[in-house]
Design a protein around this ligand. Structure first.
Ligand code: PLP
Length: 500
């Protein structure tokens, strides 16, 4: 016999109505798992692939669970199957890509944000003010005017898409929201170097502009955009009757940490009335360091800027930030509220300030501001300065040690907290293709050994090992171990090469 409506209601409310005791009991188990994970990580392999049997099980086509399980069983499964196979970041010997460990207050912030679970589209509730405050802090850090606007987004990719879309809206010269790209045959042009991150290409393709309208500006030997080449390219496009929209400059490329000559680029943009978008997803937080403060000061001249708190500010993913100097332009690019109805909002009433959803693509938006807010409050800009300088110092120490070793080559110039290098045994010095092969197999061997973790990049046809230090828990010993692990793996791979 099936349940009466009354019985159904009872069952359902029992499932959804947890007592404070039960929330605490299960919650404390979660806290135990968090503490276990974070504190035992450094003693474990940096990386090991997901268990192949489990992988098969997870990928096998199966029905979703029809009956529910109790919380303890689910946490047991998490502890046995999921927690043992992390991505690797968080471990002091993980130096791959740009993936930092999570600031612990950020972890708690995420949990508390989920408990409150607001939508940060807008409204007059605390989360909105937390996000406003966080954005305000970043305006100060980066030298943006009070009147500018910003949003927390998923990451650098979304931040770039947002900034480049505002640029398109502002600079195209016609009503692109109404006519779309089909309303004009004017060619819209964007500028970047080959070292600029691929997310801007994705954004430009997604906006319907087509990657053939990206001018790839030459960079110099230090991987920095050559301003004269940019100027020439913009002039040529103007002469041809095309419409330059935006220059995408890098404040810390992902390959080598190169910082484009921002001040010169800003001058050129100003001269030709072209939008300047700066991709500081990785590097912008280095403005807090003594060493890069001056070089990054021209970030303040950007029209839009991307910075990832989930990278060098150690906030748990996902946390990206976009700032746009002209708040009205940002609103005009996205708002569905007609201009005559837009208000400045007020802290009284239900509506509150102008809604964030008017300034970007998303409607329902998570409370990601809380983890950023808590991490920044906990460490302060002083704490962040120390952590970032620690990473920069370690990278320089690593480069220095590698320069002193006869069997390694360092990519110069070393910048920010990235070091690219390769194993260069005497026997293979003249054989570029053998060196590439050797370093590739060395890398894979090292990654699977789990003692130290690097990623790689290719520049001018050469394969480089790449270490990016974004971890305040990484020590000098970890850095020296990285050299030893690379050498050992390299020598092992040499054996198989010479035995062939
Ligand atoms: C990571 C990164 C991006 C992309 O940001 P996501 O957060 O991965 O979306 C863009 N540019 C640079 C320089 C980056 O390091």
């Amino acid at each position: 016999m099936s349940d009466s409506p009354e019985q159904k209601r009872d069952k359902s409310s029992q499932e959804w109505e947890w007592s404070a005791e039960e929330i605490k009991r299960v919650g404390y188990r979660v806290v135990d798992l968090i503490a276990h994970h974070l504190t035992t990580l450094p003693g474990r392999p940096v990386f090991q692939p997901f268990d192949p049997d489990l992988a098969r099980e997870y990928l096998a086509s199966a029905a979703p669970p029809d009956t529910g399980q109790n919380a303890d069983a689910i946490l047991d499964t998490f502890a046995q199957q999921i927690e043992p196979f992390p991505f690797g970041n968080g471990h002091p010997r993980f130096h791959g890509w740009v993936n930092s460990p999570p600031a612990i207050m950020g972890i708690f912030g995420d949990a508390l944000a989920a408990a409150m679970n607001p939508s940060c589209a807008g409204g007059n509730h605390a989360a909105i003010y937390v996000e406003r405050q966080v954005i305000g802090w970043f305006k100060r850090i980066l030298g943006f005017p009070e009147t500018s606007m910003g949003l927390l987004v998923s990451g650098g990719s979304m931040a770039s898409l947002t900034g480049l879309a505002v640029a398109r809206h502002q600079k195209c010269g016609f009503d692109i929201r109404h006519q779309g790209l089909q309303g004009s045959d004017r060619r819209l042009i964007y500028y970047k170097t080959a070292e600029g991150h691929g997310c801007s290409q994705k954004a430009i393709e997604l906006m319907g502009i087509g990657n053939s309208n990206i001018r790839v500006i030459d960079h110099d030997g230090s991987q920095r955009m050559i301003p004269d080449k940019l100027d020439e390219a913009i002039r040529a496009d103007l002469d041809a009757g095309f419409q330059p929209i935006a220059v995408i400059a890098s404040a810390g490329t992902v390959n080598t940490g190169a910082i484009d000559p921002l001040s010169d680029i800003a001058d050129i943009c100003q001269r030709h009335s072209v939008w300047l978008h700066v991709d500081g997803a990785y590097g912008a937080p280095a403005i807090l360091s003594t060493r890069y403060r001056e070089e990054l000061a021209p970030l303040a001249r950007a029209d839009s800027l991307a910075l990832d708190p989930h990278k060098w500010l150690y906030v748990p993913v996902e946390a990206g930030l976009v700032l746009v100097r002209d708040a009205q332009a940002m609103r005009s690019a996205f708002s569905l509220v007609p201009p005559y109805l837009r208000t400045d909002g007020s802290p009284q009433g239900v509506g509150g300030l102008p809604w964030f959803s008017e300034f970007g693509f998303q409607q329902t938006r998570g409370f990601r501001a809380l983890k950023v807010w808590m991490a920044l409050k906990h460490h302060g800009t002083d704490g962040y300065r120390r952590a970032i300088e620690h990473d920069i110092d370690l990278a320089r120490r690593l480069a220095e040690a590698l320069r002193g070793a006869a069997d390694f080559e360092v990519f110069e110039p070393q910048s920010l907290s990235i070091v690219c290098f390769r194993f260069l045994p005497n026997e293979l010095r003249q054989d570029e293709s053998a060196l590439n092969g050797l370093n590739k197999s060395l890398l894979e061997r090292m990654q699977l050994e789990g003692k130290s973790f690097l990623s790689s990049t290719v520049m001018d046809g050469k394969f480089w090992l790449r270490a990016c230090i974004v971890n305040p828990r990484t020590s000098e010993a970890d850095i020296l171990a990285l050299i030893e692990c690379s050498r050992e793996a390299g020598l092992e791979c040499m054996k198989t090469i010479t035995n062939q």
